[in-house]
Design a protein around this ligand. Structure first.
Ligand code: NAP
Length: 452
């Protein structure tokens, strides 16, 4: 196959699917910044409607005239159109969601043709179902299928690894809690696509539990020290000055899958054709990552802000369970999400006015030997932070494109194939440095000894 490709190279390095969607068009804009420089020499946009794709290209190229980029049509309900796309490219970036509704045929076509796949999915059930159904075949065919290459869940994955690497021997972390704080000068509301994906996720929560019950249990990492207590529903996090409540996003689930893969493969996953130096580099990287209990909370400066999060969660949880409730949720997003989402996405100005901070508050032991001493409490705290622009339409495209560029330029150092998490594949690469170069920062905030 590789020999064949050398003689007869594929027409495209990458194809963006769902390019005319709200997030897709920002992904196109980001991709154009890297086009014409190795490793991204050829790009195509794909969607259902060629007119919309041409408008996307005009929007994304502005203020320059639109570039001459091929526009391809497909529909996820037409398997042949998907196979034909996948046969023309090394890599697919999938922005067609909700993934629960439209994602599987795309994964199936990528696996069938052996091309690689990245998406911006934040739906755990879809990710785990794809792993269960296509994991083996993807490994066999040499196709890398990696979901959650956007704000869900790369900042959480790399942020946890970054915090973990600050625990220098003999210190060990026990738990890391991430606190997400969203800021915007213009009160941004998210686009309907993300809201619909969340509503369908709530409605189908039981299918994820069923899927897990039907699968062998994944390995669990050994984490030094006691299991952390559950804690109160609402917490005031003094060090960063926010009220916070548990965020039921995909992040902690994706991180747990990465830690399970790491426990099963302590040196990480071998690259398809790595050099000896690369093997050493990969193993050295993973030896510095220490597993910890991990959770994510969403924070607000005021307790009222947190009560608003809880209210939306309760409304979605209750209404999402019945057909009538879902109809109400999906037809009146602005009302039932208390203004967080609306049918039409935010304006470009609103997007540019927003940003995020994700604080990683790690608790652990200054010496690993203390962890096994009965009920000893953590005596050390390390706080780190990941920070960047608006999450859905700026940070997500930045992350997706950097993952894509790594895939195109360092394929031999990455696993041959499989359905995997971003953390286990991109952890030991230069993804963190690349994100830093593109406006997403990773900082150590404090290291403190805790009184007992
Ligand atoms: N990871 C993250 O942090 C993150 C961030 C942002 C978005 N997302 C996810 O990305 C997904 C898209 O969100 P969005 O707001 O961009 O939604 P959107 O604006 O509705 O875009 C959906 C795209 O899918 C295309 N599409 C729908 N059905 C199709 C089909 N049968 N065949 C081919 N294409 C089809 C649409 O085509 P048309 O253009 O022709 O309508 C559109 O381009 C959601 O699942 C959302 O949760 C994740």
């Amino acid at each position: 196959m590789e020999e064949n490709q050398e003689r007869n190279p594929l027409p495209y390095d990458l194809i963006i699917l769902g390019a005319s969607g709200y997030t897709g068009k920002y992904v196109v804009k980001e991709a154009l910044r890297f086009l014409d420089h190795p490793p991204l020499k050829t790009l195509a946009l794909a969607g259902r409607n060629p007119t919309k794709l041409t408008q996307t290209l005009r929007w994304a190229s502005h203020p320059n005239p639109p570039l001459r980029i091929p526009v391809l049509t497909f529909n996820t309900s037409d398997a042949q159109s998907l196979l034909s796309l996948c046969q023309q490219t090394k890599l697919v970036l999938n922005c067609v969601g909700p993934f629960r509704l439209y994602g599987e045929p795309v994964v199936a076509a990528c696996v069938e043709t052996g091309c690689d796949y990245l998406d911006i999915c934040g739906e755990p059930e879809f990710m785990e179902r794809m792993e269960a159904k296509y994991g083996e075949k993807a490994a066999e065919k040499g196709s890398l299928i990696i979901s959650a290459c956007g704000f869900d869940s790369v900042p959480a994955e790399l942020g946890l690894m970054f915090n973990s690497r600050q625990w220098v021997e003999p210190a060990v972390p026990n738990r890391v809690e991430a606190y997400l704080s969203l800021e915007s000068e213009k009160r941004i509301a998210g686009n309907f696509g993300t809201y619909e994906s969340a509503v369908l996720g709530v409605a189908n929560a039981e299918s994820l539990q069923e899927l897990r019950r039907s699968r062998p249990r994944r390995a669990r990492p050994v984490i030094p020290g006691p299991t952390p207590p559950k804690g109160p529903l609402i917490e005031y996090q003094k060090k960063i000055g926010v009220w916070a409540v548990k965020l039921p996003s995909a992040d902690s689930i994706v991180v747990r899958r990465t830690l399970a893969s790491l426990t099963e493969n302590p040196g990480g996953l071998p690259g398809v054709n790595e050099s000896v130096e690369q093997i050493e580099k990969r193993e050295a990287f993973w030896s510095t990552v220490k597993p910890a209990y991990f959770g994510v909370k969403i924070g607000s400066k005021s307790v009222l802000g947190v009560l608003r999060f809880i209210t939306v969660g309760v409304i979605m949880g209750l209404l999402g369970k019945t057909a009538v409730g879902r109809w109400l949720l999906l037809n009146f997003p602005a009302i039932f999400s208390l203004g967080w989402f609306r049918k039409k996405g935010p304006s470009d100005d609103e997007v540019r006015s927003a940003s995020f901070k994700m604080w990683f508050v790690g608790h652990g032991f200054s010496n690993g030997s203390l962890a096994s001493q009965g009920n000893r409490k953590p005596d050390m705290e390390i706080i780190t932070r990941v920070m960047g622009p608006e999450i859905g339409y700026l940070t997500t495209p930045i992350i997706l494109l950097q993952c894509a560029l790594i895939l195109l330029s360092q394929r031999e150092n990455l696993p041959r194939g499989g359905v995997l998490t971003p953390g286990i594949v991109f952890g030991p690469t230069d993804l963190q440095e690349r994100l830093q170069e593109n406006g997403i920062s990773f900082d150590v905030i404090s290291k403190t000894a805790l009184s007992q």
